[in-house]
Design a protein. Structure first.
Length: 483
């Protein structure tokens, strides 16, 4: 806040050096100054939103249970809104903070009619009231309504119709089927979240939202976007077939789960600000052109590639990124033979990777031993439905930075061997649905940094063998064990 205050003071002094009268109001420097003030003002609200919390219930012993949401319309953390919440306990004295910041929370009729009409941030999470109700919150900036269930749209419509200052609208997991047509009047909207709702289409009025930075329609029934929506200054675009005119969104930073079409590679050539891109429905014939285009993106940091069919082969030979920031790679589909010899795992690219998740790849040999030399700096590794050798070996010194290892649905795995000094920083080990794993992983007790160990849906005899081997005593240093 102090930094923001100093920025405002500097801007004020800069503006004071020239005499501003009505004749100068159309002057470019004045417009620029006003724009900078507006940006700083938005930042102040961003900081406030970032540290807002959800008051859920009052406990008898005199404490409030709150949810601290690591999410706001601050663009860097948009994707964390639904995922990154955790419970904290605070004393009664902090209730004044919620009042000062104009925060409100309600999940029933009695609670919402008691909310301050001047509230600026409102949570309607788990709302299940079907009573027709109309309320007005003219100063509302953020509305979060995860899992809202209501047979009448009156409540949502009444709130939105009067909230001209709204910047964040999060309706994830709600049972809504349509977006009100007057949403186009909410010209301050910067974020709309409709993930896992029953919405089938967007109203044409949404094309008017020129300030909209993020539209999350992942796992909805929306199949195509309106052509005019590409006029918006998008930063984040999540979950649907790419619209015509996608290349006009030159400031786009996130494009998640877009389906391949014949024009996608050409459209991507103009989107050089992309940091994160998730591409679905990729066929073998798409690989060369598409991956060559992705390789030219200088800021690319996160890439997901999903094959059209799990049995189709993805050839990554043309993927040779100029970006040194690519740290997250997710591949869902068969690998072409010799993939680990391709540039993405050579030329230092493998050393930049921190997060690697592979599904449906056919290694035929021990994937841990094969991958370890190529991706030494991984902190997260997930292998799902991967065919492999029957024995997996984590040799001494392998994956020195790995904190999370997930092995899931690997039908060939019968045993694991963990060498002394392997995984020195491991915190989470998740072995799930390895139905042939009938032996306790040899050397697992050597993982002294382990905090979470899941051994779920393994061989029928595994649990008995774990108990008879005295593993509970050997693994007492692990706080969380699930078997």
């Amino acid at each position: 806040m102090d930094r923001v205050k100093l920025e405002l003071e500097d801007l004020a002094r800069a503006g004071g050096r020239r005499r501003i009268g009505t004749v100068y109001l159309i002057d470019k420097p004045v417009k620029s100054w006003i724009g900078e003030v507006r940006k700083v003002a938005y930042h102040v609200e961003d900081v406030i939103d970032k540290y807002s919390y959800h008051i859920l219930q009052i406990e008898e012993e005199g404490f409030l249970m709150k949810y601290f949401i690591k999410g706001t319309h601050y663009v860097k953390v948009f994707s964390d809104i639904p995922r990154a919440s955790f419970r904290v306990w605070v004393g009664w004295e902090n209730l004044s903070v919620a009042k000062e910041e104009k925060f409100g929370s309600a999940n029933d009729y009695v609670a919402i009619i008691q909310v301050d009409p001047h509230v600026r941030r409102l949570s309607l999470c788990r709302w299940k009231v079907n009573t027709s109700l109309k309320v007005k919150f003219p100063r509302l900036r953020s509305l979060v309504a995860h899992g809202m269930i209501s047979s009448t749209p009156d409540l949502l419509s009444s709130i939105l119709s009067e909230s001209k200052h709204l910047t964040v609208l999060e309706l994830q997991d709600s049972n809504i089927t349509e977006v009100p047509t007057f949403i186009g009047n909410l010209f301050n909207l910067r974020y709309i979240g409709l993930r896992r709702t029953n919405v089938k289409s967007l109203p044409e009025s949404i094309e008017k939202l020129f300030n909209l930075h993020t539209l999350d329609i992942k796992q909805t029934q929306i199949e195509k976007l309106l052509r005019g929506i590409v006029k918006s200054d998008f930063r984040y675009f999540i979950g649907v077939e790419s619209p015509k005119g996608l290349s006009n969104l030159e400031e786009l930073q996130t494009l998640e789960m877009v389906q391949v079409n014949k024009d996608l590679a050409e459209q991507l050539k103009k989107l050089m600000q992309l940091r994160s891109i998730w591409i679905d429905n990729v066929s073998p014939s798409d690989c060369a052109n598409l991956f060559a285009t992705l390789s030219t993106m200088p800021l690319l940091s996160s890439l997901l590639i999903s094959a059209r069919d799990v049995n189709e082969t993805l050839c990554l030979q043309a993927l040779d990124p100029i970006s040194t920031k690519l740290h997250r790679l997710i591949v869902r589909g068969q690998w072409a033979s010799g993939t680990l010899k391709y540039p993405i795992f050579r030329n230092n690219h493998g050393e930049h990777l921190k997060y690697l998740a592979l599904s449906w790849c056919q290694f035929g040999e021990d994937p841990l031993g094969v991958l370890a030399p190529h991706v030494p700096n991984l902190t997260y590794l997930s292998l799902n439905r991967v065919n492999s050798a029957s024995t997996l070996v984590l040799s001494a010194g392998c994956f020195p930075h790995l904190k999370t290892l997930v092995l899931k649905r690997m039908p060939d795995v019968k045993q694991m061997e963990i060498g002394d000094g392997a995984l020195p920083r491991i915190e989470g080990l998740y072995l799930v649905s390895l139905t042939q794993l009938d032996k306790v992983p040899q050397g697992i007790e050597l993982l002294l940094s382990l905090k979470r160990l899941w051994l779920l849906y393994l061989h029928d005899e595994f649990k008995t063998l774990w108990q008879t081997s005295g593993m509970h005593q050997k693994m007492q240093h692990v706080p969380e064990i699930r078997i």
